[in-house]
Design a binder for this molecule. Structure first.
Ligand SMILES: Nc1ncnc2c1ncn2[C@@H]1O[C@H](COP(=O)(O)OP(=O)(O)OP(=O)(O)O)[C@@H](O)[C@H]1O
Ligand SMILES: [Mg+2]
Length: 240
């Protein structure tokens, strides 16, 4: 699908573009400095191939969000090597890591993180504010992303006038509009009732069916079953 095409023009050259995994972790760990230091993610290995749908489960405090922050380039690991789309992220200066994150990763969080006074269309279009894409084009792409998540008829609504599931679908449209390689979701249905959760999960299934690589963190065994592979984290240790 058109929205899933990757934008790679300005990224550093990956070592072996095309066939490289989306995520490749080799001995990647993270210790928060403290004091006292917290080894939130013990050194771990994980490979996520293009088009996989992976779920990550584990009890509260086990290190799921820490793992997502590392995979999403929000935090740098304190050990190991992380290749995203074949690009060695440790070697990148901060600005390039940020740019890589912006182009390759879409985030969806439990609490939506939408701007309350902006319409759905503006919330999605704002994700492209610093891309150099002209405003008219940003609005066209935002509208297409909202169409894709089934909200083409609600583009003018502010978040307060949308259901929880609709809000999360706006957040998913915002994550997709930059045409990322990878969609990272931290408890995407955690604030939703079962009907709204089902609509969001159905959308994630559709996106995966269209070729998107999806990684979902969840407490919910029902959500975990949607993944084609489930990875467990316990006490900061990843069990692929
Ligand atoms: N900035 C930080 N500094 C020090 N320790 C932290 C920091 N952030 C998280 N931790 C600790 O790291 C561990 C893992 O936290 P994390 O947020 O990854 O857990 P989680 O599995 O996402 O939990 P939840 O399901 O409750 O969201 C916890 O022991 C937590 O207290
Ligand atoms: Mg968490």
């Amino acid at each position: 699908m058109r929205l899933l095409r990757r934008q790679s023009r300005q990224d550093p050259q990956p070592s072996d573009e095309g066939d490289s995994p989306v995520i490749e972790l080799r001995g990647v760990g993270l210790t928060y400095p403290g004091p006292p230091p917290v080894e939130a993610l013990h050194p771990c290995d994980l490979t996520v191939r293009r088009g996989e749908f992976i779920t990550v489960v584990g009890p509260s405090g086990s290190g799921k969000s820490t793992f997502l922050n590392v995979a999403g380039l929000l935090d740098s690991p304190t050990s190991g090597r992380y290749l995203l789309d074949g690009i060695d992220t440790a070697a990148l200066p901060d600005r390039e890591r940020t740019a890589l994150r912006g182009r390759r990763i879409g985030f969806v969080f439990q609490s939506f993180h939408l701007l309350p006074h902006r319409s759905a269309l503006e919330n999605v279009a704002l994700a492209m504010l610093y891309t150099g894409i002209p405003r008219a084009q940003r609005l066209v792409r935002a509208r297409a992303a909202l169409d894709q998540v089934g909200l083409g008829h609600r583009t003018g609504a502010v978040p307060g006038r949308l259901s929880g599931g609709e809000r999360q679908r706006v957040a998913i449209a915002r994550a997709l509009v930059g045409r990322p390689s990878l969609l990272l979701c931290d408890e995407p249905t955690g604030n939703l009732d079962s009907a709204n959760a089902a609509s969001v999960l159905g959308l994630l299934d559709d996106l995966h069916g269209a070729g998107m690589t999806v990684l979902v963190i969840t407490h919910d065994p029902e959500v975990a079953r949607r993944g084609h592979r489930t990875v467990t984290i316990r006490d900061g240790r990843l069990h692929p």
